[in-house]
Ligand binder design. Structure first.
Ligand SMILES: Cc1cc2nc3c(=O)[nH]c(=O)nc-3n(C[C@H](O)[C@H](O)[C@H](O)COP(=O)(O)O)c2cc1C
Length: 275
């Protein structure tokens, strides 16, 4: 039987993220085992940058609920994420979770190609900010198939489902999740990852800050994308991390003593405060 995991990243009980995720998951026609995690109820610590998770068969050594969450994501056949917009980006817990994926993005055999739906309620039109671009990073790192990153205008708890069109679209996403449906970016979105933010470069060039794809701005500000197959989430990503890790290990061995010396002079400046 298929397993579907709903990941709610909002403290608000029965809020828009929760209701939208439940409507999507409830509409999946296949017989499936449904599970929900409210990330904000769990303990997720910041990444400690120890890189232990990059070693073969090593899990993250931080004692919190991260390993439970990532195992559940790996076990699932599909992932439905509900994450609201908080101050122009996705809820901070989403970034905390994304930062913890150093090991998981390096070994994506359990997540690659699996469908992922993101639904992002936001309360104020024009205040979506960079939320969509930031939200797609997590499924891209895990090499999941993005079915949609759906931004839903709704402020009050549960208000999103007062609109019958939202109910209907949530049901469509649920019905489609196992059909192979994939997100098709629009003409003003990055054709590789779907990001709707761009970095302007000289000579009318434009770069997607999320995946690194490049294009040239043509008429009506619509970029035409270059043929180069470089983008961060291609096979280059694996190579990048493996090569980078190896380089860093070698550089660290060579520079260890010099770095210790440098750090020594700052050790006594203990101006830390805590409540
Ligand atoms: C701290 C905070 C910051 C918010 N920032 C934004 C924002 O920048 N843009 C926006 O459109 N809505 C913002 N909202 C509104 C929420 O995105 C909106 O109410 C959403 O429906 C909440 O989803 P939920 O019910 O699943 O928690 C913010 C809400 C909170 C509590």
């Amino acid at each position: 039987m298929k397993k579907v995991l709903g990941l709610i990243i909002s403290h608000r009980k029965l809020g828009n993220s929760e209701l939208l995720v439940k409507e999507i998951m409830g509409s999946i026609p296949q017989e499936c085992n449904r599970e929900l995690i409210r990330l904000t109820d769990l303990k997720i610590e910041p990444c400690k940058a120890c890189y232990k998770c990059l070693q073969p068969d090593k899990i993250c050594p931080v004692k919190d609920d991260f390993n439970f969450v990532i195992e559940k994501i790996k076990e699932a056949d599909a992932l439905v994420i509900g994450v609201p917009v908080y101050f122009l980006g996705p809820h901070g817990y989403y970034k905390m979770l994304t930062d913890r994926l150093v090991g998981a993005q390096n070994d994506t055999k359990s997540t690659q190609g699996k469908p992922c739906v993101i639904v992002m309620p936001y309360g104020s039109k024009g205040w979506e900010g960079y939320s969509k671009s930031a939200a797609i990073v997590m499924p891209k790192l895990l090499r999941m198939k993005l079915v949609d990153c759906w931004q839903v205008h709704a402020t009050l708890p549960g208000e999103s489902l007062l609109n019958p069109e939202n109910i209907s679209y949530a049901q469509t996403l649920g019905r489609d999740i196992f059909t192979g449906r994939e997100y098709h970016p629009g003409t003003r979105e990055c054709p590789v990852c779907g990001s709707d933010l761009f970095r302007l470069l000289p000579a009318k060039q434009v770069e997607c800050p999320i995946c690194g794809a490049r294009g040239i701005i043509k008429e009506d500000c619509i970029p035409v994308w270059t043929d180069s197959d470089y983008h961060r989430f291609s096979d280059q990503m694996d190579k990048h991390f493996k090569r980078w890790l190896l380089e860093m290990k070698m550089r660290f061995s060579a520079a260890k003593d010099q770095l210790k010396d440098l750090q020594k002079s700052y050790r006594d400046q203990s101006w830390w405060i805590k409540p």
